[in-house]
Write a protein that binds this ligand. Sequence first.
Ligand code: UD1
Ligand code: CA
Length: 451
Amino acid sequence: MNIVILAAGMGKRMNSRLPKVLQPLAGKPMLRHVIDKARQLNPSRLIVVIGHGADAVREAFGDAADITFVLQEKQLGTGHALMQALPLCDLASPTLVLLGDVPLIEVSSLRRLIELSADGLGLLTVCLEDPSGYGRIVRENGQVIGIVEQKDATEKERLINEVNTGIMLLPTKNLGVWLAKLKNDNAQGEYYLTDVIGMAVQQGIKIVAAQAGSATEVEGVNNKVQLARLERAYQRQNALNLMKNGVTLLDPDRIDIRGELVCGKDVEIDVGCIFIGKVKLADGVKVGAYCTLKDVEINAETEILPYCHFDGAKVGKNVRLGPYSRLRPGAVLADETHIGNFVEIKKSNIGFASKVNHLSYIGDTDMGSRVNIGAGTITCNYDGVNKFRTTIGDDAFIGSDTQLVAPVTVGKGATLGAGTTLTKNAPDDKLTLSRARQVTIEGWKRPVKKK
Ligand code: UD1
Ligand code: CA
């Protein structure tokens, strides 16, 4: 099968610098949703017709070897668009036409269309309460005889509520003749792909109409209002799937998944959380309100308190995080660690049961087990040019407001006094501090305001 995705349209009503088919739905360009669906059908050729914003679209998918892009320089209509792709199609197999602005199409509907119309011409249609804007399916004695666009339809035809989703399976060998015969003498002055239906009927080819699973999956996006509506529909579906698998969502209307979220048993997610990329939450994990988790793995029974931001981190079992913790790429937290408020951790290993509870930056650090980091501790990992690592041994105790100037090592069981600026290694089991001796000045008076 050939699959041709029509994506050259300009999307004027988006009012955006970004081409319509690159507008994101669930964090992913609409066109990528369509391409991902197309790939599930294993087409022998996958062709995308681009035009408006062609360079940007090409760049967004440039690395995909299985896609051929065809330029439609002037957007003269859907029939003209398909004509650009025809020379690249395999004439011996049928062509499935998809639209770049219909992102939520279900593979099951496409399969049904393909099965039903095996050696004829198949249309994916849907009945809508309000069919306005869509092409209407015209039938005679129950048989499809053509499609008429809204702008060309008579009063009576406009009452038809079965509409063309724009998705169809066409016999490729006939397309050369049909597309060449298209005329643009219609209300929009365009070469309508939909006019090939009438030609097929005249030739005695049977038209099969397969029904789409729902109105949402075939809804086209022309503006930001429709985009937002489809976003919500998509997120609601994600939420339903999670709940079916046993996840507790405190409000299924307030969760956003922009990627893939995999959950174990008895996971609980509070309101306002965003999951990006690949996120794994193991059994019993609790995520507090308003957290953003991107590409992270959280192991069993870990609790994340509200307002945490994680990106590219791996977290062990029984860990407590937040509120207001930030994990950056390369943060690896062992089991039973505690990371508290206003703590940022980057490219660091935090050993078993270690605690960084308040107001700290830990970067490029290897920390052993049972370490306690006092409030306000900073690893000075960057000299303005290069980055250096800090090593902290098991059972070390770092006093509050300490700076660890890397490269530096704190020994096992070492204690650093509060306020230390550590520039040389601190030995095992000893107290190290860099503080000046405390003095009290006798007879000192506070200055008074001059008259
Ligand atoms: C089209 C159908 C209509 C159907 C509706 C479903 C035609 C004539 N009409 O109408 O029957 O109900 O889709 O959503 O086919 N495109 C190009 N090149 C062009 C014109 C369009 O690539 O020259 C692409 C667009 O990027 C878009 C798709 O084709 O992805 C549909 O085009 P659009 O102009 O939105 O068609 P509709 O008026 O919605
Ligand atoms: Ca459209």
